[in-house]
Design a protein around this ligand. Structure first.
Ligand code: AVJ
Length: 323
């Protein structure tokens, strides 16, 4: 049997285009219009997101990477030798420090990157296998929750959910996500969770309005994907990106604002949508966290706090939690 990277798809039943069509038709039918953020990450969106992480204003990825670099060996000492499942791995750019720490202490490691983008996963398999020949890579091409049933067989396991991706969830969605994850893990398994912390709004807003305009292209891309996959023929030039910090809710809110009226059909099943001039479509929220608030929430979902890591400015936190 081959020892090279493998790709599995746990739910061959769900047709991604149908899924996108149904969700977009429901979300765009009437105001407040919205699109689910998970659809931002097609092949093109995953490339654009990687470019966002390299922008000077987008401190999240760099800050998290420095925390991880400083503490990976400590994390490995606390967890012991585990399998690693990374939720939303993308191209697995953030994984190097962890795998290096694991391989310093063991001869081999099994790494299970999970992502909805097959293209991003193929890149992850290639780069991880090239840099870490002792890592056995089994990529899972699915939504997060579809990978959860695999977890019971992977115990002892460290699940990583980095980059503050959990901030895309509403509070309610985050709770049900954490409860479902906790229910799928065995007692003693670990979760490594990256959280962007509340800070000055000028710093937050700059991170989501980079000067090079990559975040604007990222927001527009979900409509470009609708044009590609659902035949919507939306004029992408009529879309302006808006990212504002809502201080009361402690979240960045990203909207696509339409400067020209758009009328289009979504195929299948051919739903007619009209968006008036001046209307907007919410494509993302990115919640910011306070440790004193989020830690008890996580504890109530079944995760005990093992260790909290942060940077000098307290801009970002990496939580090691134990199921
Ligand atoms: C991948 C959800 C963590 O919220 O910072 C970055 C997505 N959107 N810039 C974030 C994002 C626009 C990102 N997460």
């Amino acid at each position: 049997r081959g020892r090279g990277p493998r790709i599995v798809r746990p739910s061959a039943a769900a047709d991604p285009v149908q899924d996108f069509a149904r969700s977009a038709a429901a979300g765009l039918a009437s105001p407040p219009r919205r699109l689910e953020s998970r659809f931002l990450y097609d092949a093109q969106g995953s490339i654009l997101f990687d470019q966002i992480t390299a922008q000077p204003e987008y401190y999240l990825t760099r800050t998290e990477a420095s925390i991880l670099a400083a503490n990976a060996a400590r994390i490995r000492a606390l967890t012991g030798p585990t399998n690693i499942m990374e939720l939303g791995a993308g191209s697995a750019a953030k994984t190097d420090n962890l795998l290096r720490a694991w391989l310093e202490r063991s001869k081999a490691v099994c790494y299970f990157p999970v992502d909805v983008s097959l293209t991003a996963l193929l890149g992850a398999c290639k780069s991880i296998s090239a840099r870490f020949p002792a890592a056995r890579v089994i990529a899972v091409n699915s939504e997060y929750a579809e990978a959860f049933p695999l977890l019971s067989q992977l115990s002892p396991v460290l699940v990583t959910f980095l980059g503050s991706s959990i901030g895309n969830f509403s509070r309610l969605e985050m709770t049900s996500f954490c409860l479902a994850l906790a229910a799928s893990m065995r007692p003693g398994d670990f979760l490594l969770l990256g959280l962007d912390l509340v800070k000055r709004s000028s710093v937050l807003e700059a991170a989501y309005n980079d000067r090079a305009g990559v975040t604007e292209r990222f927001t527009r891309n979900i409509f470009a994907r609708m044009n590609r996959e659902l035949g919507s023929a939306i004029d992408l030039e009529s879309i302006e990106h808006s990212a504002r910090y809502q201080a009361e809710l402690e979240q960045i809110e990203i909207d696509a604002c339409f400067t020209k009226r758009q009328a289009f059909l979504l195929q299948p099943p051919g739903r007619a949508i009209t968006i008036a001039e001046g209307e907007s479509v919410r494509t993302e929220i990115s919640r910011k966290f306070r440790l004193e608030q989020v830690i008890p929430e996580l504890n109530r979902c079944g995760f005990g706090t093992e260790q909290v890591f942060s940077d000098e400015r307290r801009w970002f936190a990496l939580l090691l939690l134990r199921r």
